[in-house]
Design a protein around this ligand. Structure first.
Ligand code: ZN
Length: 234
């Protein structure tokens, strides 16, 4: 088993969620020379209002869109777990997949969706957030959690920080004023998701700027991505 250290791992439910949640900050990190890897949990094959688009064709398109966005942002590697869209469950198998990747890449920071958003929240987002938090602690950390992973050379790993996007309780804001345009460009790579949404492509930049301005309220910079940050002291 080869270890490929990366400072940051982004675990995203569908192709495009990472761009909405953290692309501006990812661009900052990669500019600083940090290695960022993406883990895309589902294939996004239900993300269309077009009844004529076949799910398998959509999944193929969305991988390409995700690769293009990741390339723009300087992401080092994208892992596609290819679970069916709307099909995630909090299972030991899924948790172990995430633990395996955490132990392979040994990130300081893990970024994912906040699972504790109330009421209407995509089930895949809720489950990815929950499973990722569980994978970080205690499963990636504990030696006896997976004896077979130890046999493979995947030693326990202690993540230092988790950042949760789409949080109702943000306590950390990153300044994306300089990388905002790159975020918009990365989102525009997800062409299949621009049609039939409340945010047509032409409106995207305006809508996003407003949203990130709101997120930066009270800060001394213009545009922010907001997260709930959990620091882990071991
Ligand atoms: Zn999603």
């Amino acid at each position: 088993m080869t270890l490929e250290p990366a400072q940051v791992m982004v675990v995203t439910p569908h192709p495009d969620d990472a761009e909405y949640g953290v692309a501006g900050t990812v661009a900052l990190w990669t500019r600083e020379g940090k290695d960022v890897v993406y883990v895309v949990c589902t294939n996004g094959d239900k993300g269309t209002g077009d009844v004529n688009t076949k799910p398998e064709e959509l999944a193929r398109i969305r991988e390409q869109e995700q690769m293009a966005a990741a390339k723009l942002l300087g992401v080092k590697k994208v892992h596609f777990l290819r679970h069916p869209d709307q099909g995630l469950e909090d299972t030991p198998e899924f948790r172990k997949e995430i633990v395996r990747l955490i132990r392979m890449y040994r990130p300081q920071t893990v970024v994912t969706a906040d699972p504790y958003r109330r009421y209407i929240w995509h089930r895949d987002h809720r489950i990815v957030g929950q499973v990722t938090l569980d994978a970080v602690f205690p499963y990636a950390r504990d030696h006896h959690a997976y004896p077979d992973l130890i046999q493979e050379g995947l030693q326990p790993h202690r993540v230092k920080e988790v950042l949760l996007w789409a949080s109702e309780d943000p306590n950390y804001r990153s300044d994306i004023t300089d990388t905002f345009d790159l975020k918009v460009a990365a989102l525009r790579c997800h062409k299949s998701q621009m049609e039939g949404t409340p945010f047509p492509e032409a409106e995207l930049q305006k809508w996003l700027r407003e949203r990130h301005k709101q997120a930066a309220k009270g800060e001394d910079f213009e545009l922010a991505e907001a997260f709930h940050q959990v620091e882990l002291f071991w």
